[in-house]
Design a protein around this ligand. Structure first.
Ligand SMILES: [Zn+2]
Length: 86
């Protein structure tokens, strides 16, 4: 058996992808706070906020209040970031 193994090559192709599945799943695919734009976790644990039945994450308590004041806009930003536009 001297056939090359194509799987080994393609599986290790994108190093950025190999590193981040956990990080991406961590906040439901969200990486930044929709209010401040800060990376989630950069100011301590991200805080979950439920908006229209969906959980989104913000970076701090101050942003929780802002999400509650503008739930539509906040949810939209999160969806855009997750690539779920609309
Ligand atoms: Zn914040």
């Amino acid at each position: 058996m001297t056939a090359p193994n194509p799987r080994a090559d393609s599986a290790s192709k994108s190093p950025s992808n190999a590193l981040s599945p956990l990080a991406q799943a961590r906040y439901g695919g969200q990486k930044t706070c929709p209010i401040s734009g800060e990376p989630l976790g950069s100011m301590g644990s991200a805080i979950p906020v439920t908006v229209q039945g969906q959980t989104i994450y913000v970076c701090c308590r101050g942003c929780v209040a802002k999400v509650q004041r503008d739930p539509d806009g906040s949810l939209h930003k999160v969806k855009t970031e997750r690539g779920e536009q609309g």
